[in-house]
Design a protein around this ligand. Structure first.
Ligand code: XMP
Length: 320
């Protein structure tokens, strides 16, 4: 049973010093490794780990080919400015190959988990000799995995899987008692730039969670472009999270006076405090028009743009 630390009960400075002590105690004079995705959770873990271990923490950014536009470069630059060196590992081919032909949402998540832990990360950890892995799992990830709503890609102990046995290393999860709001407060106290600690959540399976059906390089390119537009236009809304989803269904549209069986992008924009429940943001119609026009002009093949108006539950925040 994990004891939740609510934002109202959280003292970020105290939390940081406790977690730094804990990490030092567990890792001893060994070395640890962590994967940074650039999201709030893994960024906070990276800073905590570096405070605790300095150079004894190796931070890798795994380029899985499922990330947003320019993500690897921008994460590297942000952390360099904070004095933390990030190593970028190119594993694009392995992830794309693992996802080939898979359409079922859980199978897609499983393929990403297996490729991440058993192939790519396993190799990196073995090469590094690190016995400890720092991970940014938060309480919401655990809740939803245990409830069987969705298989989060970073929850093992809660599923009765021993990472030591299965993968050969210990996993430390210093954010396990927090929800997103608490993680942001800790990020701020750690001196992360505002653009990081206020960043909207982004799922572990990355853009693969936003493609319905098989994930291909072409579809990734489409959803990546649409994501950039959506993030640019909705960044000032104060919404909890916003995204573009690429549908598997084709819809009839027209281009240059000719019928075109094109693709459909669904925009989602959520109001939420902790991702457990969420409602669609009441955006002004002008914003919808802007979204439609920019997505249609900058993403080839798109002939339809829709907005999700169903709350969570029964919807979920991501589409896969
Ligand atoms: P859902 O789609 O389950 O999402 O309503 C709830 C929150 O969790 C994020 N999410 C994930 N985060 N690994 C993660 O680290 C995952 O596999 C994953 N799936 C969803 C989602 O973006 C939302 O903020």
């Amino acid at each position: 049973m994990i004891t939740e630390i609510k934002l109202s009960d959280l003292n970020p400075e105290q939390f940081i010093s406790e977690k730094v002590q804990e990490i030092r105690k567990v890792v001893g004079d060994g070395t640890a490794i962590n994967a940074l995705s650039g999201g709030v959770d893994s960024s906070v873990v990276t800073m905590l780990g570096h405070r605790a271990l300095g150079d004894r923490l190796r931070t890798v950014f795994i380029q899985n080919g499922l990330m947003r536009e320019g993500e690897a470069e921008s994460v590297e630059a942000t952390f360099k400015a904070l004095g933390v060196d990030i190593e970028i590992i190119d594993a694009r081919r392995e992830f794309i190959d693992a996802l080939k032909g898979i359409t079922d949402p859980e199978e897609k998540r499983e393929a990403i988990t297996q490729t991440f832990y058993k192939k790519v990360f396993d190799r990196i950890v073995r090469e590094s000799g690190a016995k400890f892995l720092l991970q940014g799992t938060i309480l919401t990830d655990v809740d939803e995995t245990v409830a069987g709503i969705k298989r989060q890609h970073n929850v093992f102990a809660q599923l009765g899987i021993d990472p030591q046995e299965a993968f050969g290393y210990h996993i430390l999860e210093p954010l396990l008692q927090l929800r997103k709001d608490g993680v942001r407060a800790v990020g701020k106290a750690l001196g992360l730039p505002e653009k990081i600690f206020t960043r909207i959540p982004f799922p572990g399976p990355a853009l693969a969670a936003r493609i319905i059906g098989e994930v291909t390089e072409e579809k990734l390119e489409t959803v990546r472009k649409a994501t950039s537009v959506v993030e640019k236009i909705l960044s000032g809304t104060g919404a909890f999270q916003y995204m573009a989803i690429l549908h598997a269904d084709r819809v009839t549209g027209m281009h240059d006076g000719k019928r075109e069986f094109g693709t459909q992008i669904e925009v989602r924009c959520w109001d939420s405090t902790d991702a457990r429940t969420a409602t669609p943001t009441k955006l002004p119609f002008e914003t919808f028009e802007k979204l439609a026009s920019e997505i249609i002009t900058s993403v080839p093949g798109v002939v339809s743009v829709t907005y999700n108006i169903a709350p969570k539950p029964p919807s979920t925040i991501e589409a896969v």
